[in-house]
Design a protein around this ligand. Sequence first.
Ligand code: SRM
Ligand code: SF4
Length: 591
Amino acid sequence: MSNPVEEIKEKSRQLRGTIVPTLLDPTKDHFSEEDYQLLKFHGTYQQDDRDLRVERKKQGLDKAWMFMIRTKTPGGALTAAQYLTLDNIAENLANGTLRITNRQGIQFHGVLKKSMQAVMQQVYQSGMTTWGACGDVVRNTMASPEPLYDRTHEDVQKFAAQLSDTFLAKATSYVKIWLTSPEGEKIELTADETEIVEEPIYGKHYLPRKFKIGIVIPPRNDVDIYTQDLGFVAHTAPDGRIEGYTVLVGGGFGMSHGQTQTYPVLSKPLGFIPAEQALDVAVAVVTTQRDHGFRHDRKQARLKYLIEQRGLDWFRSEVRSRLKNPELLREPRSFSFEDVSDRLGWHEQGDGRLWVCVPVEVGRIKDIAAPGPEYRTAFRRIAQEIGCPIRLTPNCNIIFHDILPSQRQALEAILAQHRVVSGADFTRARKVSHACVALPTCGLALAESERVFPEVMDEIDAILRDLQLDQEPLLIRMSGCPNGCPRPYNADLAFVGRAPGKYAFYVGGSYRGDRLAGLALKTLKIEDIPSTVRDYLLQFKAGRNPGETFTDWWGRTHTNGEPPSSEQFHVELAERAARLQGQKASPPDGD
Ligand code: SRM
Ligand code: SF4
């Protein structure tokens, strides 16, 4: 039996649904539940301002409906002109901010229904898209963003673009609903139903669930490769050419509130494939998931559950049977990672030019009143005055590259004028820490994350400095619910929202991203985070061997607590919700 979203997709006439009539109806400020599911494929989520919910309810008003719109930018690559388009959209059509996502895209929040078309059009006209940034398709392809001018880094970026093109849905509904003609005239809104085209990869039902691909260059695991449905680990020949990839499959971090049998998984090695056959493997993996993924239950529909249930050997032989040259999928090669961070600061590209990676607090590009940084103004001026291309990083920072040595001073002056710091004097933990969006836009948030994390990190920073651990590698992540967006479950220390002001506390992941953390405390109040972290750091300081990282000390001296699982807290949350409502709790459904 199929889940309701499968039926919605099937009946949607290639993702058209009733989006057009609702768009044209000025009396409606939001879409039906069915169209909400379809809109995701177009790169947008229907949301409401959760800060206003209670007050509006008191006043007998409906929710304050608005939309999040997400771009798809493979490898995080943008031109300066594209960045300026995005900045312009943030100013005129959204809430005045741009949010760098940890999959190297940009999200706009607070877009009203009447502005959606204009956002899509401006993004598209600038050579980007939002098509397939969300929904049951291959999402934005991540790739190591360092703009080094060697064959390895260039090939990885090219491969990301190639994967992205290959897996772009062919349906014309996106163009028909949102876009303008090449002449710049507005297309009449028809979402022409006669234009049903072949979807060679996705078919009628698209994929069972979202699907994520990343490409990484060891020893830097900046794309957090073990969390991807499909990961490519580059192996480089002495001349810099990529010989091939070790392919990892079945990673994923989601656990669904109230749903047992959902849990995070690190990806596993499928085999080594020569670079020329890598695209072929990607198609074989994606179509295996398309044909065998568990469509009956959306909560079991990610690739990780298929592999966990049918076994890696079964999955490998299914993938092999789809390859043009199955014998080329060989034993995985060995590789190792050092850390998941970005290299902040200035670096040489290898062609005489420079790049700089600038930290952005929780990825939110906005102007903060003095003494805070004016990220938006600074980055807009860099795009306008220096005109250099940009890469967004998986740690939600921003890279400016192709900078002539003669331009460095001007760029540094802009950053300084707008109080944007280089991160040179950050603690090492601060440099790589991240929190997901959560309130007030995320419909699934159970606790604050982005809005409280800077202050939490200020307190942790003070402790690290006090204990002279400020240059220790330490991966700290916070999320507003168990869905795992900021990839908390492989962090050294992670706080996962369970209720307002309360977090489950996980310890024992890895700064390399290759180990799952275990449960340390079911409930940790936000005000107790600093003292709890201090206790762990004191133990570390007393017990570590010389030069040993927190990750390695923990691995040597501790057995991890229970691996993250929904049983640890969703069950009681669901029970509590059921008690409060006097009925069986129905978990919020997201995507
Ligand atoms: Fe996520 C759902 C934000 C990366 C796992 N994620 C959501 C939604 C759309 C909430 C919803 O469905 O209503 C959030 C929108 C909040 C808002 O208001 O903006 C949201 N996810 C994000 C971002 C913006 C977090 C960030 O701090 O950057 C990231 C956008 C990336 C992008 O550009 O595409 C983001 N989400 C991730 C990641 C990390 C990754 O992909 O590398 C994960 C864990 C990896 C994985 O997919 O397993 C992740 N998001 C989820 C899940 C759980 C999926 C599952 O298998 O159960 C949901 C909920 C769902 O799908 O049911 C979700
Ligand atoms: Fe929302 Fe939860 Fe994702 Fe945070 S982890 S953005 S609260 S779905």
